[in-house]
Write a protein that binds this ligand. Structure first.
Ligand code: ADE
Length: 349
């Protein structure tokens, strides 16, 4: 960060702006630790508008730490379906269980103790500490890194842990002790709705523009700097929709690795021809009656891209001798019971 930039100058304009512009959000009116935590984990994955229905559904189904701690895996995965990064919700249950067993079901009002819970990193521990308990600790996410890089005109690589740690240390020095939660949320909010991640920053309405070094120098669009990440591995896959009457064949993925424990449409490695697919389906012990090729689709994970082709295959309901144990689920069950990740969205329809 620019060494001679006095970060403290941000505090007052940020707070004044937040008092008049903070969005009304369902986790803000009653910022209990549980709500803040759930919302922050969801917000690490997608935008506020997309989070709202997930948050409402999750709170209704699992209104407190005890409910989450006791929830069956398929159920919480279903509530998370579509958000991605499913290990996050698994860790949430682990953390919930620790909170129940070690803290009697109440979140500890202590940054270090929060940080030691499964799945809580510096950002989430800082957000829960400050928003729920008023503890003056920083909550520096991608939004905050963007705002601070621009305000200080810093070209340092925000994907580097050392840069993030240095920014956290700087922010920690200026957090007002009496309004820690509002201060952190104001920084995040400016990043989310003014100093936006995609598209043009709205400098003309930004309360920090008058002291923003990037704005003065005309370099807002160049920041923050992110060094290009390693390329993703590409995997070709063939996805099968096996239909038996009105039911569709799905299977549970292994308990380790990508999309662990979720349900999937059966898939095969590579882009296979109709003949190859039919041979495989027969080898599994099903009697295919009809096969229809489907359009291709792509899904991007953090380290892998799936490039998919697909086939819809009607199989004989009576004649089967299966080695591949599939669950044949009705549309209602697919919708309500089995968590199926968005990677299969193109074929779920
Ligand atoms: N994005 C991440 N955390 C947020 C919060 N607390 N409020 C609004 N947007 C956010």
């Amino acid at each position: 960060m620019v060494a001679d930039f006095e970060l403290k100058k941000l505090v007052k304009p940020l707070q004044d702006w937040f008092d008049g512009h903070a969005r009304v959000l369902p986790w803000r009116d009653d910022p209990k630790a549980y709500k803040v935590w759930i919302s922050e984990i969801m917000l690490q994955q997608t935008r506020v508008e997309a989070v709202k229905p997930y948050f409402a559904r999750f709170m209704e189904a699992l209104p407190d730490v005890e409910a989450l701690a006791a929830c069956p895996e398929d159920r919480y995965l279903k509530l998370w379906e579509g958000l991605g990064y499913y290990n996050r919700v698994r860790n949430m249950q682990k953390a919930a269980r620790v909170i129940v067993s070690e803290y009697g079901g109440d979140f500890p009002a202590d940054y270090e103790k929060l940080l030691s819970l499964p799945g809580l990193g510096h950002y989430t521990a800082g957000a829960v500490s400050s928003i729920a308990f008023g503890i003056p600790m920083p909550a520096v996410d991608g939004n905050v890194l963007r705002v601070l890089s621009r305000v200080t005109a810093s070209y340092e690589d925000v994907l580097k842990q050392s840069v993030k740690t240095a920014m956290e240390a700087e922010v920690k020095k200026i957090i007002p002790a009496d309004r820690a939660g509002d201060f952190n949320q104001a920084l995040i909010e400016i990043g989310a709705i003014v100093c936006v991640p995609n598209g043009k920053a709205k400098c003309e309405i930004c309360p920090l523009a008058f002291l923003c070094e990037a704005y003065k120098k005309g370099i807002v669009d160049e920041l923050p700097k992110k060094k290009v990440k390693k390329e993703r591995r590409i995997e070709d896959r063939t996805i099968l929709i096996l239909k038996e009457g009105d039911r569709v064949g799905i299977r549970k993925r292994p308990s380790k690795g990508l999309l662990a424990g979720l349900y999937e449409l059966p898939g095969l490695e590579g882009h296979l021809s109709e003949e190859e697919v039919l041979a495989q389906v027969k080898a599994w012990g099903y009697a295919p009656l009809r096969i229809l090729p489907l359009t291709g689709a792509k899904h991007i994970f953090s380290h892998v891209e799936w490039h998919m082709t697909g086939y819809r295959i009607r199989v004989d309901e009576l004649e089967k001798n299966c080695t591949e144990p599939l669950i044949f689920a009705g549309l209602d069950e697919l919708e309500k019971v089995y968590p199926i990740p968005s990677a299969f969205e193109a074929y779920k329809k």
